[in-house]
Write a protein that binds this ligand. Structure first.
Ligand SMILES: C[S@@+](CC[C@H](N)C(=O)[O-])C[C@H]1O[C@@H](n2cnc3c(N)ncnc32)[C@H](O)[C@@H]1O
Length: 338
């Protein structure tokens, strides 16, 4: 494992199959320019969202667009034919309005020939800021692209337990036989089983926005070839690197901040030694014991809730209100949950 301040030595280092991980301490565009075309097996990153985090220079959506208009064509160039690229993003927030950053990313990637969108994964998690003026944000998205139409997708290492493993075929020649895959089911494109890295998470470092290693592991295990080179151009504290090593891949990251590079270096060394603390991919989300203190509403919560109208009463009261913005025929044409 080595850190370089010049991009070419970092590239040469990781091209030697006997080396496992390297970080280029500098601007990812410099690293990308030094990488040969078709040389990287898998790319995973979470870029700066330009919302005023300590590591962000630009604070507006134009900064995000101009950075991405330079970076995305370069990552597509260095990705091997048949390789996958995953871009993990949330929302740009300005005053009270939000912009899903995957809209911006997809707009740019869709102009790059040969890059095909395979999934838009919703990563939902339980903790974050509480909003008073809209529903609190509790998800981000991961756009998965392949370079070309031929690509590898290995579902078996990332299958999750069946919800109803005893379910059987209810008709046909297999009637009565178990209908599920014994290895587990496809985790789907909605992931709500991986907690985000908040203060009490065992992977928490000084980085304000690191993503969990398990998120990277699910993507690497299913989309990267064993022993292949994984690139994270905005590598932060190298959560992608920790996952790459644990999954038997090699890793190259780029990061501007000296402090994050130092933490990343420690994490990668600890991973190579097998001592890095990581929350395992299949560990269930913590649910408090019923009756435990944290699961029990204080008496003033109960008192406050008793002052609210019951949901049914509330709906009946709403239904009795005159329809003023929608004609009766329009409202009747709506499906029940529209
Ligand atoms: C959202 S964070 C990534 C966190 C990372 N996924 C992790 O788990 O640690 C984005 C990172 O990109 C870095 N960064 C911003 N612009 C960069 C650039 N032009 N080149 C390299 N790194 C950059 C920031 O310092 C920040 O650490």
């Amino acid at each position: 494992m080595k850190v370089y301040k010049l991009p070419i030595p970092a590239v040469q280092y990781i091209q030697d199959p006997s080396h496992t991980a390297t970080i280029f301490h500098g601007d990812c565009l410099k690293l990308l320019k030094a990488l040969p075309s078709n040389s990287i097996d898998f790319i995973l990153t979470s870029p700066p969202y330009c919302i005023g985090k300590e590591y962000e220079k630009g604070m507006d959506i134009e900064s995000f667009k101009s950075l991405h208009s330079l970076v995305l064509p370069e990552v597509a160039r260095v990705l091997k034919d048949g390789g996958s690229m995953c871009w993990e993003v949330g929302y740009h927030v300005n005053a009270a309005t939000i912009l899903p950053l995957d809209f911006v990313v997809h707009d740019l990637v869709s102009k790059i020939p040969n890059m095909q969108l395979r999934n838009r994964i919703i990563w939902a998690y339980g903790h974050g800021l509480h909003s008073e003026t809209r529903f609190s944000g509790r998800h981000e998205t991961i756009l998965w692209y392949t370079k070309g139409d031929q690509y590898e997708f290995d579902l078996d290492p990332v299958r999750v337990p069946q919800k109803y493993p005893g379910k059987t075929h209810y008709k046909g020649p297999k009637k009565g036989e178990p209908s599920g895959n014994p290895l587990g089911k496809n985790p789907s494109d909605v992931w709500d089983d991986i907690p985000n890295v908040k203060a009490n998470h065992i992977e928490k470092t000084a980085h304000p926005c690191q993503f969990p290693v398990a998120l990277a592991e699910r993507l690497i295990l299913s989309l990267a070839p064993e022993g292949g080179i994984v690139l994270d151009p905005f590598s932060g504290v190298s959560s992608t690197g920790v996952a790459s090593i644990r999954c038997g891949c090699r890793y190259i990251g780029a990061e501007l901040s000296a402090n994050y590079v130092r933490i990343a270096e420690e994490r990668l060394r600890a991973t190579l030694e097998g001592t890095e603390r990581v929350r395992e991919l299949n560990k269930p989300i913590f649910t408090p014991e019923p009756g435990s203190k944290v699961a029990t509403a204080p008496s003033h919560f109960v008192a406050a809730q008793s002052t609210l109208p019951a949901t049914d009463d509330f709906c009946e009261a709403k239904a009795a209100e005159p329809v003023d913005r929608m004609s009766a025929s329009e409202s009747l044409s709506c499906p029940p949950h529209a």
